[in-house]
Write a protein that binds this ligand. Structure first.
Ligand code: SF4
Length: 208
């Protein structure tokens, strides 16, 4: 049995932009320059976590998942090993009330692209595998606009989502273990803003 492949939940969004880009970054280890938008995103996350920490009241996970009134936690780090994958994730916000458990990701987006949905389903998968004995309420995948806090997408996590996520995870595992070739994007606009566009053999935006 080969060593398990490490996959971060956020990589599903990156793979959806371009699988080849993820491959160059994670397997070929070509350094990725942090853009201004990435640095701004990290700063906003840190600030929200600091604000949350100041007002936080400690509780056990049992108390949290039983809560009938709204309980919230931030930056929840989880890990699960299965299918020869070590899946890692840090949930921006995890909330619970009498009706459900809410797995929330903050993004500067007003649309839940498929890659973002897979990322949030990865968190739901991690949650299920870490707390299956404690969760008796439906789990919802939620995308919030990071800048105004509005809910962009909210959907109950179902068996169909889990199936779709697992297929994506196995595909990514095979790409990262180099048993499957990564698929480059066919969208020249993505190549135009990709920091690998001069190094990538499939670039549709190479200057000669
Ligand atoms: S240049 Fe284009 S094909 Fe190559 S990694 Fe970047 S986005 Fe993908």
């Amino acid at each position: 049995m080969p060593n398990p492949i490490v996959i971060g939940a956020s990589w599903f969004q990156e793979a959806s932009f371009c699988e080849q880009k993820l491959y160059l970054s994670k397997v070929k280890k070509i350094p990725l320059i942090k853009t201004e938008a990435m640095q701004k995103g990290a700063l906003i996350h840190d600030t929200k976590f600091e604000e949350f920490s100041k007002a936080a009241v400690p509780a056990t996970w049992e108390e949290f998942f039983k809560s009938e009134t709204l309980a919230t936690s931030r930056e929840v780090e989880l890990q699960h090993t299965g299918n020869n994958v070590i899946l890692l994730g840090r949930i921006d916000e995890l909330a619970c009330d009498k009706d459900g458990v809410y797995v929330v990701d903050d993004k500067p987006n007003d649309y839940a692209y498929i890659g973002v949905r897979k990322q949030i389903w990865a968190y739901c998968h991690l949650l299920e595998n870490n707390f299956h004995e404690l969760i008796t309420k439906p789990v919802y995948a939620v995308l919030k606009n990071r800048d105004n806090g509005e809910i962009v997408w909210k959907e109950k996590y179902t068996g169909a989502h889990k199936e779709q996520f697992l297929l994506a995870m196995l595909r990514l595992r095979d790409v990262l273990s180099e048993s499957r070739k990564p698929e480059p994007t066919k969208n020249p606009n993505k190549c135009a803003k990709c920091s690998y566009n001069q190094a990538c053999e499939f670039s549709l935006a190479k200057s000669n």
